[in-house]
Design a protein around this ligand. Structure first.
Ligand SMILES: *[C@@H]1O[C@H](CO)[C@@H](O)[C@H](O)[C@H]1NC(C)=O
Ligand SMILES: [Zn+2]
Ligand SMILES: [Zn+2]
Length: 443
């Protein structure tokens, strides 16, 4: 999710159901509005944003973010982050389930009945040395919140506070999902496995976006991020003296042909309008000039915006590696590592959820600051939620070049404009409150 945004596309506001949804929200929100004769919901969303920007609130939420930033923990090791989350929920008087998927926490705010809506943050950091010199730099050597999950966690706690302060106005229950292990380890999958979101109707998530200015939100309906999987191939031949190749079966040559052939799955077998990627990112073979090695190992990642695409790529990667190896008198095996590192499904934003989020986002930050996000072939374990229930994942701008130059996610130089945090906290809360409002009204 590290690409510059496009300009908003022409919007597809033709359906009458959209009008119905909007009028329901406008109507049902009017009682929350301080200007009660005003038919628009903006004021109550603005009230959430103002509350999040209140200096006391801001200082509190920023201090949480900085504490998490200074103490980054890797996937499934988020013990102290999880403890911090629970301490804050305790102080807010919010009940929660824990441990879920080892370090995960699921809080509940609201009536306990009516519709149930989830808002999600991930808590894990990356094995990366922070190279930004600032007061709240990571205190852990070789670990950094370089994907903004510290910001996500702080914003969700911010939303928890906003919602708890307004719990009498909630028309249902909001589940606060603090999950472990987004980075490669499918934390979302394990949260779902524990059944803690079985009763939830829909879910909303956010990711910071360093190429979008602070105060801006981007979203789009349909696929937003790719399904992603990995493979490792082992090609075995017969080693020998490099001066007598005829007495060997050369796995280096077999691997070379195989890697080239793999590139033709996308270029020759896939619809050019259906984005797919096959990248071989490492190769290991031999260590002498005059020895043909016994075997070669290589591997990489493959991606598609659809589950069918990933299934097809999996099948063809295996066939091509095995068959090209056979052409060169070698044998091959392919490991898709599914047991250890579960492949991620595509992240697909539900059309109705998108419409809802757009309405809230435009009210909160202004129409001109709600943009269309661009598609990218990155992956997110949010895809596991989106596979299970209507969902939307948005991008939240954190760029401010007055403060720091722009660097992409996973960069050791990533620097987040903390002014984005109240926007994110208010957005989480506003999307959840109005979703419950809308869905209880429709019952
Ligand atoms: C960027 O940060 C500066 C300094 O805090 C601030 O004055 C400015 O308004 C910020 N810009 C945006 C777009 O938020
Ligand atoms: Zn990441
Ligand atoms: Zn991330």
């Amino acid at each position: 999710m590290a690409s510059p945004p496009l300009h908003p596309p022409h919007l597809l506001l033709s359906s009458s159901s959209l009008l119905l949804i909007l009028s329901t929200v406008f109507f049902s929100f009017s009682h929350l509005s301080l200007a009660s004769d005003h038919p628009e919901p903006q004021y109550s969303f603005q009230e959430l944003l103002q509350a999040a920007r209140n200096p006391d609130f801001f200082d509190w939420v920023i201090s949480i973010r900085r504490r998490i930033h200074q103490n980054p923990e890797l996937a499934f090791e988020e013990f102290e982050t999880s403890a911090l989350v629970r301490t804050q929920l305790d102080e807010l008087g919010i009940e929660y389930l824990w441990p879920v998927a080892k370090t995960g926490v699921v809080g509940s705010v609201g009536s306990g009945s009516g519709p149930r809506f989830a808002i999600r943050a991930d808590m894990d950091a990356l094995p990366l040395q922070e190279l930004v010199d600032w007061e709240y730099k990571s205190k852990k050597k070789g670990k950094m919140h370089a994907c903004g999950h510290d910001v996500h966690t702080a914003m969700l706690l911010g939303a928890a506070k906003l919602l708890q302060q307004r719990k009498d106005k909630l028309k249902g229950t909001v589940k606060l999902v603090f999950q472990p292990a987004e980075e490669g380890h499918a934390g979302a999958y394990f949260m779902l496995q524990e059944g803690v979101l079985d009763d939830v109707q829909a879910i909303f998530g956010m990711h910071i976006e360093p190429y979008l200015p602070t105060g801006t939100i981007a979203c789009r309906p349909g696929p937003v991020l790719a399904a992603s999987a990995r493979f490792v191939a082992l090609i075995t031949g017969v080693g020998g003296h490099a001066a007598s190749p005829h007495k060997a079966a050369d796995p280096v040559l077999a691997a070379s042909f195989t890697i080239l052939s793999l590139q033709q799955i996308v270029s020759r077998e896939s619809d050019p309008l259906d984005a797919r990627v096959v990248s071989v990112s490492f190769i290991k073979a031999g260590d002498a000039h005059n020895v043909i090695p016994e075997s070669v190992t290589f591997g990489g990642t493959f991606r598609s915006l659809t589950t069918e695409g990933i299934v097809y790529l999996t099948k063809r990667i295996k066939e091509i590696i095995e068959m090209q190896s056979a052409v060169h008198r070698c044998t091959a095996s392919v490991d898709f590592m599914e047991k250890k590192l579960i492949p991620y499904p595509p992240t697909v934003n539900d059309q109705q959820m998108y419409t809802h989020v757009k309405m809230v986002g435009e009210s909160l930050v202004g129409k001109d600051k709600f943009q269309a996000s661009i598609l990218a072939m990155g992956a997110e374990d949010f895809g596991f939620y989106s596979q299970r229930m209507p969902s939307a994942l948005i991008q939240l701008g954190t760029q401010n070049e007055t403060l720091a130059p722009t660097h992409m996610l996973h960069s050791p130089f990533l620097f987040v404009d903390e002014q984005a945090i109240p926007v994110g906290a208010a957005m989480y809360a506003a999307v959840a409150m109005s979703y419950l409002e809308r869905n209880s009204a429709e019952l």
